[in-house]
Design a binder for this molecule. Structure first.
Ligand code: ME8
Length: 718
């Protein structure tokens, strides 16, 4: 039996409700045997001749379909011959599949029933929208890099990807910062939003849209969503008294406030007791549904360790939350009551649906909802995995497939924070990416970053170690060695008959090794386990090195009888490296592109990753050239400065100091009259004690004393 996903392409509907129904329908799978589907196209009122002709055409079509099925089925293993599944697979579905099923289904998903490119799967990936009152730092770049790697991976799988990022621009803090600088909040937001956008571009973040909460498309839709919630009664006007964290612009319940000693868990500043008339969102109404979502859908919130924290809070009871403010004006006005502005969190969360025009008519981007994954750090998982699903339920919209809340980058065991001033800021980040190359630094972020439940320590020594070990000594060295041998022994051409599948050396079954590692990598990318994906590629490359050591191609090259074997050994090395490079492309997009120019990695830009990683892509006769991918570089210090330069500078300072000391000593050794020497000693003593008590040369008294000393010495030497 064949299963087909039916997508209803109806004309756009005018109300959110109707659109919602359509969206819900899109995410449902309908299955029926294809023969029934074909039959259902018949029209009973056709005249007999036309009917006959139509029948013939249909039979022809069906035969053609069957023929094409056979062709497309030939690429599949026997295990899936019985079913053809086209449609959305949830990440979690991949977890327990056998390796071959993952590979074959992923391959198959790229072909539709007629053997043509299938209707592309829609994938929506998002980052948080970043506050414009902060400067970008490693945390922002990291989350965006994680989302970027996933988006690139999905694009490589030929999916229709929409990758969204942007800036969060309303709220009290922006209003206050702007006031301090005597500019309008909008001017401040424009300035800082542009900085974030540039940083994302400079860091190769391949976003498709950059939303700003001050965009008209956003503000208008937020108002219409809130209006809908007012109509349904999910938002109502009420009075509230509670503990308010001014920095985070967030209310805490008595229990939660007490737990935190009535201090902000983020800034440590005291919470303020506040009473407000506000509009409330009926979060309490969704308590059971949210609880059920967290309890039963294991793939909704990852890493799984986050689940218990949130569930506990949900079980404590969900209070209705205020969603408007009156203590500032820099925000989206509450529809129908303009002395209130919409709370920044509601405003911000809605970016995910306003960017794709969910409250607009005829916006074809609506097809991307529900989002496949919202990526962020753990501190905002509450908003994304509890409040956001409840708001969507109230709006009758599907909830996102996944919320991934990674850990924090920390420094020397402490969270990076503005108050501690220990952020790896933009200047330092740029120094690292200039030094190690954009891809080199991305590789570090992807492999050592806090992708899971744990925090990760940023350490320049690890950047050097990871870059040196994986990229220079493993990937770089292996590709340069192998391509150099191909140039040396075969003038850069893949030797004839070298792809002979029957040839195996020293027990290395490369086809099977690569198939298994490629499946591991694909499964890891699906699960956002970026380090596991790169490890799969690194295992292939390390095996290539071992293989070279064991088969000794340089020895074979000396024996004319071994020429054919030498060709096969080199082919196997190059092919394995080709597959490893394809796996690494989402993490190392620039280097892999560069590599493709010297060693053909894939047939075409549109060839999906699952096909690229199938053994046998390189063909005898192809021309390749020698590659040098990753230059060796020196280690940087924690501030991104060159250690060598730092050492040289330090050496220079020490040398200068020594020579000054020497000169001073020579002068002091001059013989003064006993009276002058006594005065000199007294003045010297005075300067030393002043300096010891923390006074500097700039201090008037010290300067005065130094002057006196100089005069004494000068008069005495006369
Ligand atoms: O929270 N380690 O914006 P934000 C890793 N505007 N990632 C970090 C990090 C760290 N030490 N510090 C920050 C906001 N991040 C809201 C979001 S979304 C509807 C509204 C990253 O500028 C991480 O992704 O404070 C975190 O969730 C985000 O920056 C917070 O960015």
């Amino acid at each position: 039996m064949l299963y087909v996903r039916v997508i209803y392409l109806t004309s756009p509907t005018t109300t959110i409700n109707k659109r919602t129904t359509r969206l819900m329908m899109n995410s449902v799978y309908y299955s029926y045997p294809t023969t029934t589907a074909t039959r259902s196209f018949r029209t009973s009122s056709s005249p007999p001749a036309a009917q006959q002709q139509q029948q013939q055409q249909q039979q022809q079509q069906q035969r053609r379909r069957q023929q094409l099925h056979k062709q497309s089925f030939s690429i599949l293993t026997k295990s899936i011959n019985t079913r053809l599944m086209i449609g959305r697979r949830r990440t979690s579905d991949c977890k327990n599949d056998s390796l071959s099923t993952i590979m074959t289904e992923a391959t198959q998903n790229n072909n539709n029933i007629d053997g043509n490119a299938r209707t592309k799967k829609t994938i929506m990936v998002t980052t948080p929208i970043y506050y414009v009152n902060d400067k970008p730092h490693i945390g922002h770049v990291y989350t965006s890099t994680v989302a970027d790697i996933y988006a690139r991976y999905k694009r490589l799988q030929n999916d229709d990807v929409f990758f969204l990022t942007g800036t969060d621009e309303h709220g009290l803090k922006v209003e206050q910062s702007a006031e301090k600088r005597k500019i309008t909040p909008k001017a401040l937001a424009d300035e800082n939003s542009a900085i974030f956008r540039d940083v994302m571009k400079e860091n190769d973040i391949s976003f498709d849209d950059f939303i700003r909460t001050t965009d008209e498309r956003h503000t208008k839709q937020v108002q219409s969503f809130v209006e809908k919630l007012l109509k349904t009664g999910d938002v109502y006007l009420g009075k509230f008294e509670g503990w308010y964290d001014e920095g985070q612009e967030e209310y805490y319940t008595e229990t939660k406030a007490k737990e935190n000693n009535y201090e902000s868990p983020i800034s440590g500043k005291p919470m303020v007791r506040m009473e407000e008339e506000n509009y409330y969102f009926k979060l309490s109404k969704y308590q059971d549904k949210v609880k059920q979502l967290l309890e039963t859908n294991d793939s909704f919130l990852t890493p799984k360790e986050r689940k218990n924290e949130l569930l506990q809070r949900v079980n404590d009871g969900l209070n209705d939350v205020p969603i408007s403010r009156t203590n500032f004006t820099w925000g989206i006005p509450m529809p129908g009551d303009e002395k209130h502005v919409i709370y920044v969190w509601i405003d911000a969360l809605m970016n995910y649906i306003t960017a794709i025009g969910m409250a607009e008519e005829n916006n074809e981007k609506q097809k991307y909802w529900p989002a496949s994954v919202h990526v962020m750090a753990k501190e905002i998982s509450w908003f994304h995995a509890v409040i956001w699903p409840a708001v969507l339920m109230a709006l009758d919209l599907p909830i996102p497939s996944r919320v991934h809340a990674h850990g924090f980058w920390i420094r020397e065991g402490r969270k990076m924070s503005k108050s501690l001033g220990n952020f790896v800021d933009l200047t330092v980040l740029n120094k690292f990416s200039n030094h190690y190359g954009m891809d080199g630094f991305r590789y570090y972020l992807a492999t050592e970053g806090p992708i899971g439940a744990q925090d990760a320590n940023f350490a320049s020594s690890r950047v050097q170690e990871v870059y040196g070990t994986d990229l220079v000594n493993t990937f770089g060295n292996s590709t340069s060695r192998t391509t150099a041998m191909c140039e040396k022994y075969f003038d850069g051409f893949i030797p004839e008959k070298s792809n002979d599948a029957t040839k195996m050396f020293k027990g290395y079954n490369w086809k099977s090794i690569c198939k298994e590692e490629a499946a591991n990598a694909i499964r890891a990318y699906e699960n956002l386990e970026l380090n596991k994906a790169t490890q799969a590629a690194m295992r292939i490359i390390t095996k290539v090195d071992l293989f070279i050591t064991e088969t000794e191609p340089f020895r074979m090259a000396k024996d004319p009888n071994e020429r054919e074997n030498l060709g096969c050994v080199l082919y196997q090395c190059l092919e394995a490296l080709r597959i490893a490079a394809c796996i690494l492309e989402p993490v190392l997009p620039n280097k892999v592109k560069e590599m493709h120019e010297s060693l053909p990695l894939y047939k075409s830009e549109t060839q999906p990753l699952t096909e690229r990683v199938v053994w046998g892509g390189l063909q005898p006769g192809m021309k390749i050239s020698k590659l040098a991918l990753f230059p060796r570089v020196d280690e940087l210090n924690e501030n991104g400065e060159n250690k060598e330069t730092e050492t040289a500078a330090a050496a220079e300072i020490i040398a200068n100091k020594k020579s000054t000391e020497k000169k001073t000593k020579t002068k002091v050794e001059k013989v003064y009259s006993p009276e002058t020497q006594a005065l000199i000693d007294v003045q010297g003593q005075l300067i030393r004690s002043m300096k010891e008590s923390g006074r500097t040369n700039e201090d008037l008294e010290v300067a005065e004393a130094v002057k006196k000393l100089k005069e004494l010495k000068a008069s005495s030497s006369d």
